[in-house]
Design a protein around this ligand. Structure first.
Ligand code: NDP
Ligand code: OXD
Length: 322
């Protein structure tokens, strides 16, 4: 009987949580956790599978016979350019737990801006009874940039609340109840958008895409006067945004507000001007964290499929970069 290859794990997550999750994960094959000092110097030459998030630079040299690589998150931008990355299938993380968390964050941010929650909290601190008349959600159009797994779920939940939702993606899509635009129709999409939600992967095409020229094309004073100034929300990747342009757009009124979970440099440096803007909501790249038990379950499921010769799910297209 041949023994099953253990799963090599190199995740720059909370090491205690990873170690706890690994105690029950992969019962038939075990794991080699590079965060565990007892495993650090193990021979990796016979390892078939690796679960990675920001792996060690020498990992692919030490593990030259990988057959399958798993990303510890939905995004693969931090893996795709790595030196020595072998030409084997790469599976990204797609799971209900991740999707639901992202939708919660997106809905929360849209409602924060719709109902001026920041303004209300400021009034409360000053003991001011500052009644506001907010627009109704249906008067506001949320434009999703990216219409993948995460954006489609968030869009459905925004629609359930009443927002008008439209979407833009590389390839044309037909989604019930939603006007969609393909890559060539970006300007038409932006011109109808009051709240822009970025859920794009980071690729050469999407690097710096959220910039001054794009913000200037968003709709101002929508048909019902809702919101007045457009809002930018991004939970995709920070390098898709030109941060200096966001700061300038907030300062010169091109944008009325922003919610940012991702940044060009993370953690966001303490002296970045975005921290100080009252109408900018900053969260520390925790819109949708990978839940370790769900991640290990997903890896196990895909390995079982692979070993049975069944097609893998959630495969990354290296040529497209996501
Ligand atoms: P998907 O791969 O399912 O969807 C990506 C979407 O982006 C697709 O609709 C795709 O178009 C579109 N897209 C890609 N490139 C372009 C382009 N050049 N022009 C127009 N559209 C483009 O990804 P997910 O929805 O699962 O995740 C999206 C991203 O969210 C991840 O890559 C990651 O960066 C980020 N993320 C952030 C988290 C956080 O906590 N902040 C957590 C999890 C993910 P098409 O449909 O035509 O292929
Ligand atoms: C991801 C992330 O890509 O957490 O999953 O950013």
């Amino acid at each position: 009987m041949t023994s099953k290859s253990p799963v090599l794990v190199d995740l720059k997550f909370d090491p205690k949580v990873v170690a706890t999750a690994l105690k029950t994960a992969f019962p038939d094959r075990g794991s080699i956790n590079l965060a565990d000092p007892a495993h650090r110097d193990r021979d990796l030459t016979a390892v078939d599978y690796a679960l990675l998030w920001k792996p060690a630079p020498d990992l692919f040299r030490r593990a030259p016979n990988l057959k399958l690589i798993f990303s510890g998150g939905a995004g693969v931008d931090s893996l795709i350019g790595l030196d020595g990355l072998p030409d084997v299938p790469m599976v990204r993380f797609v799971d209900r737990s991740l999707t639901v968390r992202m939708s919660e964050w997106v809905v929360l941010q849209c409602l924060m801006h719709l109902r001026d929650v920041v303004g209300h909290i400021q009034n409360q601190r000053k003991r001011v009874w500052g009644k506001q008349v907010a627009p109704e959600a249906r008067e506001v159009t949320v434009g999703m940039m990216g219409l993948g797994v995460l954006a489609q779920d968030a869009a459905a939940k925004l629609q359930a609340i009443g927002f008008n939702v439209i979407g833009w993606s590389r390839s044309a899509k037909q989604i019930k109840g939603m006007q969609t635009f393909d890559a060539g129709a970006l300007d038409a999409f932006l011109g109808r958008t009051d709240i822009l939600v970025g859920l794009l992967p980071l690729t050469p095409e999407t690097t710096g895409i959220y910039n001054a020229s794009l913000f200037a094309k968003l709709r101002r004073n929508g048909p019902l006067g809702a919101l007045g100034q457009p809002v930018f929300i991004n939970a995709g990747r920070g390098k898709s945004q030109v941060q200096a342009d966001i700061t300038a757009a907030i300062e010169n009124g091109v944008l009325g507000g922003a919610s940012l979970d991702v940044f060009e440099v993370e953690p966001l440096p303490a002296d970045d001007p975005l921290w100080a803007h009252e109408n900018v909501i900053i969260t520390p790249h925790d819109a949708a964290v990978s839940e370790e038990y769900a991640l290990m379950r997903h890896v196990e499921e895909q390995i079982v499929r692979f070993e049975r010769g069944e097609p893998l799910q959630f495969l990354v297209d290296r040529r497209r970069g996501y």
